[in-house]
Structure formats: C-alpha cells, structure tokens
Design a protein around this ligand. Structure first.
Ligand SMILES: [Zn+2]
Length: 724
C-alpha cells in the first residue's frame, strides 16, 4: 500500500492533523508522562497506528511506506503541540519519536536504492562503533556588525548578513545552537543468518539522540533490532555534511557532489535482540514438528552415536573429536550459579596438513546456530578481539569488534591458528579466561563481551608433529595458552592401508547416509543451545569427578618421582570435567548429569591424552569424596601433556629391534610385530607413539620397507648415528 492509492494526497499540515488525532486518542497520557523526563522520548508502537487506522478508517501507515520522514515529522510536531497545550511553559519541547514493532525484519543484503526514504527493520550485529560526538541539529549565526541572529536551515555557512547585508560577518553562536549526541555505527549480518562461507554485509548507520547513542546500546558485538530510514549519501561527504535525521528529501545535503552513492541508514530505534527472537530471524527456524522430533530422540539409548555419526559424515573417523566438537557446540550455561564462570568448551586440534582439521571446523560451523569462522592467515586486520580504527570517511575513531566479540554466546572457529600474529594470540588469553576483551586506545576505553567457545586448528610449528616434544614446543604456544583449552587433540597422518582405503571410500561415496541430516542436526543443536537451565550434577557424578581428579593428582605426583613425568594435573581439570559433563547431559537431553556423563568425559580426555602418547588408566579411584567438600571450591588449574624423553625411547627401540632380529642376523622385521612389542614394553604408551619412532627410523634409513609389513633393519645405520 502506498499513498498513490489514495485519491487525495494530504498536505503536510493535514498529515500532522491526522497524526495529532492519533496521538491525542492513543498517546495523550504517555506524552504527559515523557514530557517532564530528562531525555524526552516517545516510543510509538506501530501496532497502535495499525489498530487506529482500522478503527477510524484513516490511512496512516502508507506514509511510512512512502517517505518515513513525513509521518515522523508529523508525529514530532503533533507531540510538540500537545505538550504546549498541556503546559505552555514547555512550549518548544519536541521529544524524539521512536517507532517500535514497525515491520518484519528484512535481510541486510536486500536493502537497495528502492528502499530510499523508507523505513525498514533489520536484525543485525554491531561490528563498529564510533566515539560519541555532539552533532549540531540547529545552527545559529550571529552578525559581527549588527548582532542580528539567523538560523541556518541546512546547517550550512551563511555568508551574508540578511539584516545589514554585510559579507563575511556571520559567526556561529554556539550558545544558541542545539546539539544531539551522535555516533556512527556499522552493522553486519547476524552470524546465524549468514550462509556458511559468505562474507557478512556491512552497513553504516547514523545514530542520533542520547537514548540511542548510550554506550550500552551502541556496543560492538550487540545484537540489535534496528528500525531505520534508508538514505543515499554522496561518497565524498564528510562528517560536516551529515544532515540531521529530519531530512525530508532522503538524500543528504552534500558540500561537494559526486555521482557515486552509499546506502546508509539513519536509526530511528534500536532494540536489543534477545535470544528468544533468534529463532524468528535465523535460518534454523524450529517448527512444532521439529521440536517434537528433537524431543522424541530423548529416549534413544544410542542418541550419542546417532549424533556423532551424523556430524561431518563426509569425514572418515575422528569420532572422539567429532563428539567433543558437538559438546562444544552445545556447551553449558553455568550462569545461574556463578556469573563469572565460563560454560564454554575450548578445543584445539594440532596436526599435519591434510588431516581434515579444517573440514571438521567447517562442519561444526555449519551446524552451530551462532558461529564466526576466521582463518588465522586472514584475520590480521581487525584481529580476533577488538581494535580501534579511524573511520576514513568521517575521521572519527571507531571501536571495531573482532571475531570473538561478534561470536558472543556462540563459537569462534579459528582455522590456521598457527598463522595468528602473536599479539592476536595474546589477546585471546583474556577472552579464554575472562570471557571479555578490553581495549584502551585512541581515547576509547571499553570492555566487550566475548563469551565464546574457541575451536581452533593449527599446524605444528615445524610442519609435522614431533611426539618427543611437548605441545608447547610443537606449537610454540605458551603453556598458559595451551592450558586454556579443555581438549587438545594431536591428529596424525598415519600411513595405514586399511585406514587409507576407508578414508578414500568415504571421500568417493556419492551420498553419505548419516542417521540424521545436517539440517536436522543443526536444528537439534540450536534447540539444545537455547535451553537456559543446566541439568544438575548428581552426587555420584560429583564424586566421580573428585575421585578422578585425586587419582590423577596422585599419579602425576608418582610420575614426578620416577624418571618420566607424564602429566601436570591441576584443579582446572575439575572445571573441565564439570562443564563438559553438563554439556553432554544437555546434548543428550538428560534431566541430570549422572556418573555415566562424567565417565564418558573422562574417556574422551583419555582419548585426548592418547593422541599425545600418554596413557591414563581409569582405575585406582578410592572414594575420597568425603574428604573434599564442594568441587566448586577447587581453584582453576593447569593440565597439559609432557611426553617422555626422546633418548629413552630411541634406546628402547634399538633394544627391541636387536632382540627381534637376533642382533641383526635376520635383516627382515615385521612392522606389526615391532609395534606390538614396543607398546607391550610399556615405554611406548600407544601405537601412535611407536609409529612415530618408526617413522623417524624410516626417515633416517634405519628401516626400509620391502613389501607390506616387511621391513629391512639396517643395523649399521645405528652405528653411524645419522639424524635419527
Ligand atoms: Zn548584520
């Protein structure tokens, strides 16, 4: 419906009368209420306009469709008239008019020149915010010669005095001018509205008025419902050219003209977007049938297997990692007991190129309702957290949100973590520990929320992962950063015929038939993620956590006395066990976190240690729970792997090779037998561990493949030493 449908186009005065009647009818009490407020703002519910229109048979909404400035000006003037009528002492007061519930949100990328002058609603995330500046809404010039004052309607300089006609005598009289707080903000698509792999669309928004420019509203990372008017702006304009939001023409007055324009928005209203609204905007719209189906899975005993088998079905194996990624997608809330405690699960995958790390990350991004995917190589500019940048056009300083802030309450997925610059990585420390990121630069001081799970993939520092070195040595990350990850998996490219052919078959398969499809899985995750209440831990689950922690502490202590110090265990483990167990119970839609959840998490952790070549038995767990009060009282700590020394293993390797080949008298060696013997020796804790040494031996020429599992043992190479 446009005003063209009306036979008579009402004049501005008539429009003001129409809206005046509406306000008197519906908003009289509200106006008398807001007029005495410090910042008078009248919020008009668009539904009230629609209702009034229906009852009175007038056509008010069409004005909004045509040129939103007309009804807004009419409402503003009518409000001022009502105020002047109620209290003549308040004459001249004209509150800002904010429109609420205007229309359904449209995608940011669909805004075009066709929307110019029209009011639109978008759901978006604020990515950049400028510092607050006073914006001149009324400029008054005073003549130096005759003291005549003159208001400049377009905020432009008046050259000639209209009274004494002298030239170059007019000066701006600041005392007579009016100012409104102004900010320039940049918004972009909500991460969940963005198709995977697409770059988000940015739009510049001008925000006027202290009610909208407040720091808690204009905050990078804030998810907002923006009601705005679309305008065209000459590309060459500067801050001085920006006209007030009452510009009826739609096109802003330029000082210098050009032929290229930018579509910009002038905010009329900004409302915080709550997570309940997300399901309305997101592509993961849940129907009643969806929810019914999701809840029907609750009773499936094989639910965990179903979910794991359905995630990244095109990638062979890595089931434990897939399971951990699912748990991270869901996370825990943890907000009710302790607001400072994080509920996020951080995962790092370290491995050689070609081990499907990136594909696992991309698949996780695809099923997670709120995730931001960045590559360490590309995220150099703004970085991961926040930056202060100068806006080229207006010259004002702007606070720009990085990936972690944009992904607030979701996943920040970082590929090529090793390519991150050191300062970017160190900025991540705060995010992973405090769930915030702070910045103080260029006069801007801010702390932004970054309640995210970090899922990262990295290549080892020197190309391949060296099992004889610690994770810190392999990655170059400080232990303090490594300890922030709940799960770290070392992924190796192990040459093995059976696995290789299975991988090849998985890749070649035309259609994968996971138990549930990706769309349903993403709906499932979305549904679980939105559940605000965490299931509680049973007493048995608590005891299991404490027992495991104490057993590991004792084992670590014991190892320290011996020759090999395998692991460092601190109370951070308790926190991890609790969070991940809660996430598991959530994922499986359980009412409570029971012992089996904790056991599964312990199992997953043991799989993680195994990937490092550390074996941790889940035994010797005497019930010491009685001696420990509440698990929450245990402080955060540190846990990360530290493999045994290289020399030790090399020596063992030769001993066993010598034994198998009878001091080299038999030159052939069966590799499977060797692996079996090495692992059985106890010095090599896993098959991976033994295979690593064998790989080194092959590189050094100590072992040569003859055929299949049969290798030649070149004992002479031992004497020569070589690089092995
Ligand atoms: Zn004059």
């Amino acid at each position: 419906m446009t005003s063209d449908d009306n036979d008579v186009l009402l004049t501005d005065a008539a429009v003001a009368d129409e809206f005046g009647d509406f306000l008197k009818h519906t908003y009289f009490d509200k106006i008398t209420e807001v007029m005495y407020m410090e910042t008078p703002v009248l919020v008009v519910n668009y539904n009230d306009i629609l209702e009034y229109t229906e009852n009175k048979g007038v056509e008010l909404p069409s004005y909004f469709y045509d040129s939103a400035d007309i009804p807004l000006t009419a409402l503003k003037e009518a409000t001022a008239m009502i105020i002047a009528g109620v209290d003549p002492g308040m004459k001249g007061l004209s509150p800002e008019i904010r429109i609420k519930n205007y229309d359904d949100a449209i995608p940011l990328r669909s805004i075009s020149t066709a929307h110019t002058k029209k009011m639109i609603v978008v759901n978006a995330i604020i990515s950049k915010v400028s510092e607050e500046k006073p914006f001149m809404t009324k400029s008054v010039y005073k003549c130096k010669e005759c003291n005549n004052t003159q208001e400049s309607p377009k905020n432009t300089y008046i050259k000639k005095c209209p009274s004494c006609e002298a030239e170059n005598v007019m000066q701006l009289d600041i005392g007579l001018c009016s100012f409104s707080p102004f900010r320039n903000i940049v918004i972009q698509d909500l991460p969940e509205d963005l198709p995977a792999g697409q770059i988000p669309m940015n739009k510049s928004v001008r925000v006027f008025g202290s009610d909208l420019t407040a720091a808690d509203i204009c905050r990078p990372g804030s998810r907002i419902k923006l009601t705005a008017i679309v305008r065209l702006d000459y590309d060459k304009n500067t801050l001085e050219d920006i006209k007030a939001n009452t510009d009826v023409l739609g096109i802003l007055e330029p000082q210098s003209t050009g032929t290229t324009f930018s579509l910009i928005l002038t905010a009329n209203n900004i409302e915080a977007l709550h997570s309940e609204d997300d399901s309305l905007t997101s592509k993961h719209q849940l129907t009643k049938e969806d929810i019914k189906k999701i809840e029907s899975y609750k009773t499936r005993p094989d639910l965990n297997d179903i979910l794991v088998a359905s995630s990244a079905a095109h990638i062979f194996g890595n089931d434990y990692i897939k399971e951990c990624l699912l748990l991270a997608s869901v996370g825990a809330n943890m907000s009710e007991s302790d607001i400072k405690k994080r509920g996020d699960i951080n995962i790092l995958m370290v491995g050689n190129a070609g081990v499907a790390k990136s594909q696992l990350l991309l698949s996780t991004a695809k099923i997670s309702p709120r995730s931001v995917y960045v590559s360490g190589r590309g995220s150099s500019g703004v970085g991961l957290t926040a930056a202060v940048v100068k806006d080229e056009k207006t010259g004002v300083m702007m606070l720009e949100a990085g990936a972690c802030v944009l992904a607030d309450l979701g996943l920040c997925i970082i590929d090529e973590f090793d390519k991150l610059k050191a300062d970017n990585r160190s900025a991540l420390h705060e995010v992973m520990e405090q769930q915030t990121c702070s910045i103080a630069k260029g006069g801007i001081v801010a702390t932004l929320n970054a309640r995210v799970s970090i899922l990262a993939a990295a290549n080892p520092l020197y190309g391949t992962y060296d099992s004889y070195k610690t994770l810190a040595e392999n990655t170059g990350y400080p232990p303090s950063m490594i300890s922030r990850f709940d799960f770290i998996f070392v992924m190796k490219d192990i040459v093995d015929d059976a696995t290789d052919s299975a991988i090849a078959e998985t890749i070649l398969a035309d259609d994968h038939h996971p138990p549930v499809d990706t769309l349903f899985l993403s709906k499932y995750i979305h549904y679980i993620k939105n559940k605000k209440h965490d299931p509680e831990l049973t007493l048995e689950a608590r005891h299991k956590i404490i027992d495991h922690y104490l057993a590991l502490r004792r084992k670590a202590e014991k190892d320290k006395d011996g020759s090999v110090s395998a692991i460092t265990v601190t109370a951070r483990l308790v926190d991890t066990l609790k969070r991940v167990s809660i996430a598991r119970a959530r994922l499986l839609q359980k009412e409570r976190v029971d012992k089996s959840d904790v056991q599964r998490v312990i199992f997953l952790l043991s799989k993680m240690y195994e990937s490092f070549g550390i074996y941790i038995p889940d035994s010797e767990t005497p019930d010491l729970a009685a001696n420990v009060k509440e698990i929450q009282t245990i402080n955060l700590g540190l846990l990360y792997g530290k493999p045994a020394s290289k020399m030790n293993k090399k020596k063992v390797f030769f001993e066993y090779c010598d034994a198998i080949t009878n001091e080299g008298k038999i030159d052939k060696i069966d590799i499977e037998q060797l692996i079996y013997t090495l692992v059985k020796s106890g010095k090599f804790v896993t098959r991976y561990d033994a295979e690593d040494t064998i790989a080194d031996a092959r590189r050094a020429g100590v072992l040569d493949q003859i055929q299949g599992n049969t290798y030649r043992y070149n004992r002479d190479m031992v004497k020569n030493g070589g690089s092995f």
